[in-house]
Design a protein around this ligand. Structure first.
Ligand code: PAF
Length: 279
């Protein structure tokens, strides 16, 4: 497994991968790899002959009051895990490589990025994500790039970005990887205290209960109100629990307007968790 840390090294490594022919997949990550990332790598290996994983904790998608400094960084363990998965190339640029002095371009997405979900609570987030993902896609020029559905709105924003900018890469979404008790896997789960960790799967259970009730024909508004109350009772500070059209993220008034995606974000102590399910 090669590790490129500079743009010239990346260019050489990608030329070597291209010379061996076959499709190239990119799995963009911020490191602190867990089973969710590794399942993306395995899916990438099914869809492409060569797999690149990028590891870059992108400062521009964190607000000043967020956890950029404390975000878990486990680079040596990440490299071991990726080597064990037979990844071909790791792209691990320094912040100065991604954002050299004088860097002055920002991609500010609209459409899905203004759905009133994550953007309402993290207004800086999608410009940071769109700018860094566009750079990663241009730097690596992969045939496909894989993103987890846990960040469902992010997946929509990136799909729209690739389409709007006529990027050649096909964006592929991958199912959410969960712990045995249903908690969606996330690098930020390490912040949870033992008590919070016990309470955390409530989020997924509430989503499942809401999805089952909506599928059984119960009125959307009442179901969501009960879901919000259950999440709050479990000790979360709720940011949102919403039913949206699964393709457009437009608000939904009744099940007939679907297909529906239920999306939630809530804080447990210092940890902000997000999750979603299809109805
Ligand atoms: O989902 C993530 O880990 C990040 O937002 C991404 C897509 C790697 C961009 O920094």
């Amino acid at each position: 497994m090669r590790v490129a840390r500079t743009l010239p090294a990346l260019t050489r490594a990608i030329a070597a991968l291209r010379a061996r022919r076959g499709r190239i997949a990119l799995v963009p990550t911020m490191g602190a790899l867990h089973e969710g990332h590794l399942s993306l790598v395995r899916l990438a290996q099914k869809r492409a002959e060569r797999v690149i994983v990028s590891i870059f904790v992108n400062p521009t998608q964190f607000a000043p009051n967020e956890d950029f400094r404390s975000y878990p960084r486990t680079f040596a363990a990440d490299l071991n895990a990726l080597a064990a998965q037979h990844v071909d190339l790791v792209w691990a640029p320094a912040a100065e490589t991604m954002y050299p002095e004088g860097f002055g371009t920002k991609i500010v997405p609209e459409g899905a990025a203004l759905a009133g979900l994550e953007d309402a609570f993290r207004p800086h987030f999608f410009a940071g994500v769109a700018t860094v993902v566009a750079k990663l896609l241009l730097q690596c020029a992969p045939d496909i790039a894989l993103f987890g559905e846990k960040d469902y709105q992010q997946l929509k924003v990136i799909t729209q970005l690739a389409r709007d900018l006529n990027l050649k890469t096909r964006i592929v979404g991958a199912p959410i990887a969960r712990e045995a008790d249903g908690l969606a896997r996330s690098s930020r789960n390490v912040y949870l205290t033992p008590d919070e960790r016990k309470a955390a799967p409530t989020l997924y259970r509430a989503l499942q209960a809401c999805a089952a009730q909506i599928a059984a024909g119960q009125p959307l508004g009442a179901v969501l109100d009960e879901g919000r109350a259950a999440i709050t009772r479990a000790g979360f500070a709720l940011d949102y629990l919403e039913a949206r059209h699964s393709a457009t993220l437009e608000p939904i008034g009744s099940a007939q307007e679907g297909p529906i995606r239920l999306l939630v974000a809530a804080r447990l102590g210092r940890t902000r968790l997000i999750d979603n399910v299809a109805v």
